[in-house]
Design a binder for this molecule. Structure first.
Ligand SMILES: [Zn+2]
Length: 262
């Protein structure tokens, strides 16, 4: 696949990218200039973005536009970016070009995976994000914990001096076989598999790129259950799209944003 090969991607990339500060949660930091050694790896990852990292006027369209600046990606006709983090964002490349719809396309997190299901931070019910978004998962963990379900999630959060359940806290809890954490991650994977497969049925892309804080943290580890879950819902299941995790980690959003202003 084009986007998984380092190949000659670097010659297409504008190397003189001025960094911009885009992370409100890290307002005191200026994001570093993307090091050249990372540049050849900017293929799928460059489209990474999230509403957490980007200002609102950018985040609706950032992923697709950044992707469109990447000739290697333009060689792919269809691509779905899924950014599994605080929420679940997305980006689309269709027919080799970014698909923005009327400006709000790619909101894969708000595809309904269960009618009348869990409440989503968007106020509606049953969205994929209601099960897979980190914020929604934390709310559910808190609710169950207050009802007496045992979990070390919040103990770990305090121990590591966090004020929220970061992807790292989720990972530690899963590593410790915390039952609630494991259950909620499994539930998230189920929702992601269901929602992504539905999007694939509609668009038939060649690839799905998984990014975001949780995506980076858990993507490879949960690739098998994720693709298995997708497989249950794929209409044409004998040729599923390639599913890959972004390789730039949390820098992906910053670099994708930088490409927009380069
Ligand atoms: Zn929603």
């Amino acid at each position: 696949m084009y986007f998984t090969e380092d190949s000659s991607a670097s010659r297409y990339i504008p190397l003189e990218i001025e960094p911009i500060t885009v992370a409100p949660s890290r307002a005191d930091q200026t994001l570093p200039r993307p090091p050249k050694r990372l540049v050849p790896a900017i293929t799928g990852p460059a489209i990474a973005s999230s509403s957490r990292l980007l200002p609102p006027e950018l985040w609706l369209t950032d992923s697709s536009r950044a992707a469109a600046r990447m000739p290697p990606i333009a060689a792919i006709e269809g691509l779905i970016g899924v950014f599994w983090g605080t929420g679940v964002g997305g980006g689309l490349v269709l027919d080799g070009r970014p698909w923005l719809g009327r400006g709000a396309a790619g909101e894969i997190g708000h595809m309904v995976v269960k009618r009348g299901g869990a409440k989503c931070p968007c106020g509606r019910k049953g969205c994929m994000e209601a099960y897979a978004g980190r914020a929604a998962m934390e709310a559910e963990a808190r609710r169950q914990h207050e009802e007496g379900v045992k979990t070390d999630l919040f103990k770990l959060m305090r121990k590591h001096e966090r004020d929220r359940l970061t992807s790292g806290i989720w990972e530690r809890a899963v590593d410790h076989n915390d039952q609630l954490a494991t259950h909620l991650i499994d539930r998230a994977i189920e929702a992601l598999g269901t929602g992504i497969a539905s999007a694939v049925n509609l668009l038939d892309p060649e690839a799905v790129i998984l990014g975001g804080g949780l995506g980076v943290r858990f993507g490879d580890r949960y690739m098998e259950p994720l693709t298995k879950e997708m497989g249950k819902h794929l209409f044409v299941d004998e040729r599923p799209p390639a599913v890959r995790v972004v390789s730039l980690g949390d820098l992906g959003g910053a670099i994708g944003a930088s490409l927009l202003v380069a």
